[in-house]
Design a protein around this ligand. Structure first.
Ligand SMILES: NC(=O)C1=CN([C@@H]2O[C@H](COP(=O)(O)OP(=O)(O)OC[C@H]3O[C@@H](n4cnc5c(N)ncnc54)[C@H](OP(=O)(O)O)[C@@H]3O)[C@@H](O)[C@H]2O)[C@@H](O)CC1
Ligand SMILES: Nc1ncnc2c1ncn2[C@@H]1O[C@H](COP(=O)(O)OP(=O)(O)O)[C@@H](O)[C@H]1O
Length: 283
């Protein structure tokens, strides 16, 4: 069975903060992302985590100045210290080939912990030996590399059936949740039914939009770390797509009754449209 994720599924997971909440209970997201080569990816993930409703965002990566210039609300330190992180996001805007020993040690420590980790881009190669609960977020090229690294057969990603089967197999091999990005994103937990999320406008296929997604997933996991990871990830993908629809002018429909053609967007537009997408579901 394949579950098609809906707007109603997403609404059910969102909640309005109450008088009993504080910045920690709303969700603490830790990001160890970005590098001198790709500082922008860190900025995008941090912006997205805040805009998706995190109460506290901690940044421990290599692009601190860029992150703080954009979002001074972010707590930037070398390590988490005493801050209890609810979800980590690692790898976006990093390259495994340029990882030094210090960075490897820091990432391996996160990947050995009890806290859920969103593993993207330049950290995907470390997932095979990790024990933390994880959501891996490869695009098609990274998915192929990940499977090759695990000794799994190459899959033809042209059909949805093959994509779903490949994601299910990879998730089962890793004992983790795997999310294959694309126009229809496929998610599978280690043993749950696979989920598909479509409907995002193709305007979303723009550099950095995957880095934004990492921050959204981190915020939704941190808001309720006990929830099944595949469910938080599916809701994040849906919101990310809805934010892209709002930002690109597709969300309102057209006077002809069909979907409006919309217009180009950049990844930061998607992050900035997240609060509106969340508000729309809560109203
Ligand atoms: N602002 C920032 O800081 C941004 C930073 N970013 C950061 O950049 C880092 C590198 O991530 P990336 O995704 O750019 O490259 P990479 O992981 O090498 O994957 C390439 C794979 O895709 C495939 N492929 C298919 N079509 C292709 C095409 N037309 N052109 C090229 N490749 C194409 C191709 O497969 P092939 O077809 O060659 O088999 C190849 O395997 C990463 O850390 C990310 O977070 C980005 O998020 C952008 C914004
Ligand atoms: N044709 C498409 N239609 C809708 N969404 C798409 C399409 N192609 C890619 N996406 C989405 O855009 C994002 C691209 O992520 P990714 O490839 O990691 O980009 P980057 O590494 O530049 O951040 C993903 O969320 C993916 O699901």
């Amino acid at each position: 069975m394949l579950r098609e994720w809906t707007r109603a599924d997403t609404s059910e997971l969102l909640r309005v903060p109450t008088a009993d909440d504080d910045k920690y209970s709303r969700g603490v997201v830790g990001l160890r992302t970005g590098s001198a080569s790709y500082p922008g990816a860190a900025v995008l993930g941090v912006e997205a985590a805040w805009r998706a409703g995190a109460g506290y965002v901690l940044y421990t990566g290599g692009a601190r100045d860029a992150v703080l210039a954009r979002r001074p609300e972010t707590v930037a330190r070398d390590e988490a210290g005493r801050t209890r992180v609810g979800a980590w996001v690692i790898g976006s805007g990093t390259d495994a080939e340029h990882r030094d020993e210090r960075e490897r040690t820091a990432l391996e420590e996160i990947l050995r912990g009890d806290v859920a980790v969103v593993v993207d881009a330049g950290a995907l190669d470390l997932a095979a030996h990790a024990t933390a609960p994880m959501v891996l977020t490869p695009h098609a090229g990274e998915f192929r590399r990940l499977r090759a690294g695990l000794g799994l057969e190459d899959v033809d990603l042209a059909t949805e059936d093959a994509r779903v089967a490949g994601v299910v197999e990879t998730a089962s091999r890793l004992g983790a949740t795997v999310l294959l990005k694309g126009s229809r994103t496929v998610i599978a937990g280690p043993d749950g039914e696979p989920i598909v999320i479509g409907d995002a406008p193709a305007w979303l296929s723009t550099a950095g939009s995957g880095d934004v997604l990492g921050g959204v997933i981190g915020a939704l996991i941190a808001a309720d770390p006990a929830r099944t990871l595949a469910v938080s990830a599916a809701a994040a993908v849906w919101l990310h797509g809805r934010a892209a629809a709002r930002a690109s002018g597709v969300a309102g429909g057209s006077s002809a009754g069909g979907r409006a053609a919309g217009h180009p967007i950049v990844a930061l537009d998607v992050a900035e449209a997240l609060p509106g997408a969340i508000g729309e579901l809560l109203s």
